[in-house]
Design a protein around this ligand. Structure first.
Ligand code: HEC
Ligand SMILES: [Cu+2]
Length: 282
């Protein structure tokens, strides 16, 4: 230290300036060491680029070994895929995260996991769940009108064998559990509804979210805010989807539902899907 400051004086630095320079270099070096510690020891890294292969965007979960699971999460307006993941108590979860539209957040309440979902990149973290319980996943990056409904969860369950998921594209056939085979256009309709975030605002079990529930929507009697009574036939549903502000359901707000860029075919699939949702469904 002494020798270094003498050296700096000889180089022409005034004594005080030389000392300050040493302190500054020390701080800078210390910070670099901390960054290296975070990156190599704690494995906290900046998101890496997503390869151009679209397959790597597919959400999925797999079990790596007895106690380790790996989940590729895709965040999109306004949901996480998978939306629900159940793993056993004590499991470690490797999380890989990307977004298929805008920037989202990924915060797992009750843990240190806190990532950004950035389109075109993959962020990752590892979480170990020592205590059973439900850990909500929250999007904490404002991402549009359905943002406040963008939640998922990780359920940590004592003694669970393997894992279970909800909300993965491969979970679609589960919808048919009640009524046998799912017609292809209904499955496509569900896919469109998932893809465009309809289900962030519309439940299928009767719960009122931002919008009315889809449960039993086909041929339901509806009153609009202008006092009109309407039977929800195909024509009405189509209009509600394509021009959301045309008629507003009583008890709901205009300008909440976005007019989404859907083509004829997608609307037809949606209608096929909506028709299957009876009000008895839970
Ligand atoms: C950001 C929230 C939001 C999203 C996303 C959204 N909706 Fe809506 N939706 C609403 C709200 C609020 C209403 C009620 C106001 C109105 O009638 O426009 C509504 C109304 C509807 C209605 C009429 C419901 C009824 O009971 O008469 C249909 C059908 C509908 N939405 C379908 C869809 C479909 C299909 C999608 C996806 C392509 C979608 N919505 C996406 C919020 C949303
Ligand atoms: Cu979001």
């Amino acid at each position: 230290m002494k020798r270094l400051s003498d050296f700096l004086v000889r180089l022409g630095f005034p004594p005080l300036e030389g000392k300050l320079l040493i302190v500054a270099l020390g701080l800078a070096g210390g910070h670099l060491l901390l960054v290296a510690f975070a990156a190599y020891q704690l494995k906290i890294n900046v998101p890496t680029c997503l390869a151009d292969d679209p397959k790597t965007l597919e959400p999925s979960v797999k079990q790596l070994d007895e106690n380790t699971y790996q989940a590729l999460y895709v965040a999109k307006m306004w949901q996480f895929e998978p939306s629900v993941l159940r793993i056993p108590t004590g499991a470690s979860l490797e999380v890989f995260l990307t977004s298929s539209d805008v920037i989202h957040g990924f915060f797992v309440k009750g843990t240190n996991a806190n990532l950004m979902a950035i389109p075109g990149t993959v962020g990752d973290t590892k979480i170990t769940f020592d205590k059973p319980g439900t850990y909500p996943i929250i999007c904490h990056e404002y991402c549009g009108s359905g943002h406040h409904n963008m939640v998922g969860s990780i359920e940590v369950i004592d003694g669970l064998e393997g894992f279970e998921t909800e909300g993965l594209p491969s979970d679609v056939p589960d919808l048919a559990a009640a009524g046998g085979e799912l017609a292809p256009e209904v499955a496509k309709g569900f896919e469109v509804a998932t893809q465009f975030g309809c289900l962030a605002c519309h439940s299928t079990n009767g719960t009122k979210l931002v919008g009315p529930s889809f449960a039993g929507i086909y041929h339901r009697d509806i009153t609009t805010t202008s006092g009109e009574s309407i039977k929800a036939d195909e024509e009405y549903l189509k209009e509600s989807i394509l021009s959301p502000n045309e008629k507003i359901v009583e008890g709901f707000q205009p300008n909440m539902m976005p007019a989404l860029p859907l083509n004829e075919e997608q609307v037809a699939y949606l209608l096929a899907y909506l028709k299957t949702l009876s009000s008895a469904q839970n």
